[in-house]
Design a binder for this molecule. Sequence first.
Ligand SMILES: Cc1cc2nc3c(=O)[nH]c(=O)nc-3n(C[C@H](O)[C@H](O)[C@H](O)COP(=O)(O)OP(=O)(O)OC[C@H]3O[C@@H](n4cnc5c(N)ncnc54)[C@H](O)[C@@H]3O)c2cc1C
Length: 431
Amino acid sequence: MHQECKYLIIGSGIAGYYCLKELLTLDPNAHIIMVSSDSEPPYDRPPLSKDYLSGMVSREEAFFNEREYKVPNLELMLGREIISVDPKRKLAFLIHEGTWAPDIARWDWESPSSAIFDRIHFEKALIATGVRPRMLGVKGEDMAGIHYLRSIRDADAIRRDAASSKSPLVVGAGFIGVEAASSLIRLGLKPIIIERNAYIWATLVDRAVSGIIQRQLEKRGMSFILNDGVRYFSGRNRVEGAVTSSGREIAADFVLIAAGVLPNVEVASNSGIAFERGIPVDRHLRTEYDDIYAAGDIADIDNPASGEREHIEHWNKAQYTGRLAARNMYGMNQPYGFLSTIWSDILDLHIESAGNTSRYDRYIMRGDPDSASFAVIYIRGGAVSGYLAINRDNNELNALNGLISSRADISGKDGLIANESHNLNELMDKR
Ligand SMILES: Cc1cc2nc3c(=O)[nH]c(=O)nc-3n(C[C@H](O)[C@H](O)[C@H](O)COP(=O)(O)OP(=O)(O)OC[C@H]3O[C@@H](n4cnc5c(N)ncnc54)[C@H](O)[C@@H]3O)c2cc1C
């Protein structure tokens, strides 16, 4: 099979979906093909560890509204995988539906045989292949009862299995592990969370702030084992427990492994497109090939504001870069200009973070850290460099985002920043 399209979108996740929506607005009659290895139509991911997992949102509600994107000029190829791209000839290759290709790695990509490959010729293509859960690589990891969470089908399987669990174990206390644990609590379970780092959210905060967050989570029913990892899982056909690196034995009839992710770089690596952690792109989201773009979790972006290459795996960036890629595929030549923000919902805690929270001179606490509403504000070189905020209002969050983006001089203003009755917007006005 050989097909032609103006725009090819590889991946139907957040970046792919928002690229599609933007293209449908900008170029409504263009022929678009979206290919996704996911066999379900596009859906949102954050609810999968939160309201969908805890049964507060129905399956129908988890999907994006078909009426917003189903048009005759869009061809949606679900459950299909792009294997490689020929960037010069602007061809993408997929294995024929139903064909068994035993050793894809040995194929000669210079002349892929049309006997097994379908081809799509495109004018512009977006790679939005995202990431996949990292496996632990330990004995017993493939037993029944052990799960990962990325897709809606994963969430369905977790819901089915968790329903009868008496001793759930979550491996990894990052955002997804903690969010999923909070959903298990909503379902009436008492999960244990094991984390190999000495404290939780170690890539985002220091030990002291981590301790404050951990206490908030413990108050809400979470139990942590820190500084210990899973050495192997025990059980016959189904998981019965885990033995940790320190030799501890934990009973577990259900396990969710949320131990980080690996970028899906295979399309790039099979195609001779450069990749590092993800796929490096310039400020217009172009790869080294003019007509091939990357967005979302897979894109490593040269951020003009920081002068640094950023690898960010969060929803807001995926949405922003999906839309920006569409505008540039359409020919608008717009540069990246985005302050990366992160959010999470864990039971009644709404968490927001932006900027850099790991490189700072000092931080200021605004609000009472023992309450469920406070912000940790990071200062570097006389300006706000980042923050982590729990249950703070939008006015304050917008002011903090403005302070980070404008790099307003806040020297000598620590007292005002810590004072909750002082409006942070005023610090910007008095630059
Ligand atoms: C359970 C969960 C909860 C989350 N909650 C939050 C949150 O609260 N806040 C937040 O900021 N972020 C959250 N995230 C992260 C956020 O969802 C991701 O940053 C976002 O989904 C990234 O979008 P993406 O399009 O780059 O990748 P994805 O959404 O992962 O989409 C990648 C797509 O590419 C497809 N694909 C991969 N390889 C191929 C191929 N070779 N050919 C064709 N298709 C392919 C996949 O099937 C998938 O459709 C969460 C993630 C998960 C999994």
